[in-house]
Ligand binder design. Structure first.
Ligand code: SAM
Ligand code: SF4
Length: 361
């Protein structure tokens, strides 16, 4: 068995069966995958971790994804929308603390007013940082012209998870209606790539009804799509969401955690030079979850710079970490945490996807 894993890892191309086999490995074999992925990371993107200061600017959302704690129909959520000046202050904090980039994330709102607001924020963030802060946005599905306007206003990376590349599973996670259409999500991803964004996607891991084959297909989906960045993390149930009904179908949370690490390691092996984020949801399960992800292939971390008073209301899932902290606490804690991994922090660098650079040239 262990020889076979060694043999699989030596192959240039992995088949779906190989991937499924690797996803099902036991502890000893799993460590072989992790060691191999760490080598690939060191060779292709280096042992550097780049910061993206995460600003969760609003939890107001027009959608009803079955898994998400801030979905429209969850009436128990106290909704917030951080003022523009507080958002700019959070970006300024990131810049002053030598973060190379920020991420603006929110629930999904489609309106001319929201479009303009984001455009203005992007321009202001560029201005206050002398064009030094890189900007990733994660604001859901939008019309092409909106994506274009935001790109021209200064955003250069976009994160839109496919959540699952299997349409049948997608519709177990979302209402089957116009607002939650799998094809629309795909076409949004294609538009982002065409407009010129560094395009990121990802999936949740350990979902009810999800199979190992689904996960292997997700990895191949990302490879075929030729993504530049990935943010994927464990699914964590939230008791105020419809998907909670299936909690008894879930694998134990620690297994979801390990499976996520395997997915990260395998994606690093399959797509050697992309950027891979160590998802915050990993930290909700294990206090050093993100550091473990960095050890097995991730190279991006998103310290939360959202003002502390709002964090408790951006609860996508249960046990979301650091909701009682302020941005400065995160910065100090983060430096120490990256230190444990032995990687260096790419202060003041955008840390763009090397894959994107190659693709463009
Ligand atoms: N509204 C935008 C969107 O959906 O792309 C951006 C914000 S949304 C909260 C960001 C991500 O949170 C989603 O892509 C989803 O994968 C993740 N998420 C939501 N609920 C989750 C849960 N219960 N467990 C793990 N991840 C979750
Ligand atoms: Fe809204 Fe995004 Fe949550 Fe879906 S995942 S309900 S779009 S915030």
């Amino acid at each position: 068995m262990s020889n076979t894993i060694d043999t699989i890892l030596k192959q240039v191309n992995l088949s779906k069966e190989d991937i499924i086999r690797l996803l099902q490995t036991n502890k000893e074999d799993r460590n072989k995958i992790f060691t191999h992925a760490a080598k690939v990371k060191a060779e292709y993107v280096g042992r550097k971790v780049y910061y993206r200061g995460l600003i969760e600017m609003s939890n107001i959302c027009s959608k009803n994804c079955y898994y998400c704690g801030i979905r429209l129909d969850n009436k128990n959520v106290e909704r917030y929308d951080i003022s523009d000046s507080n958002i700019i202050d959070a970006a300024r904090f990131a810049h002053k603390n030598n973060y190379g980039s920020i991420v603006l994330q929110a629930g999904e709102i489609i309106s001319p007013k929201f479009t303009k607001r984001i455009s203005n924020l992007l321009k202001q963030i560029k201005e206050i940082s002398n064009n030094k802060l890189g900007i990733t946005i994660s604001l859901g599905e939008q019309p092409d012209e909106v994506y274009k306007e935001w790109f021209e206003s200064g955003a250069h990376r976009y994160l839109l998870r496919i959540e699952s590349s299997n349409p049948d599973l997608y519709y177990k996670l979302h209402p089957k209606d116009k607002k939650h259409d799998f094809e629309t999500r795909l076409s949004c991803l294609k538009s982002l790539q065409k407009i010129g964004y560094q395009t990121g996607t990802g999936v949740m891991i350990g979902l009810p009804f999800q199979t190992y084959e689904d996960l292997a297909n997700d990895l191949f989906f990302m490879k075929d799509f030729d993504i530049d960045m990935c943010g994927m993390g464990p699914y964590i149930e939230h008791n105020e969401t419809p998907l909670y009904e299936y909690k008894d179908l879930l694998m134990p949370i620690d297994d979801r955690f390990t499976l996520t690490l395997k997915m990260i390691a395998l994606l690093r092996i399959l797509m050697k030079d992309i950027n891979i984020a160590a998802a915050t949801a990993l930290q909700a399960i294990n206090p050093i979850g993100r550091e473990k992800a960095i050890k097995v292939g991730a190279n991006i971390i998103m310290p939360n710079v959202t003002p502390g008073m709002y964090r408790n209301s951006y609860k996508l899932y249960e046990n979301k970490p650091c909701t009682d902290e302020e941005a400065a606490d995160c910065t100090n804690c983060m430096e120490m945490r990256i230190g444990i991994t032995g990687d260096e922090i790419g202060y003041n660098e955008w840390g763009d996807s090397k894959h994107f650079e190659k693709r463009r040239s």
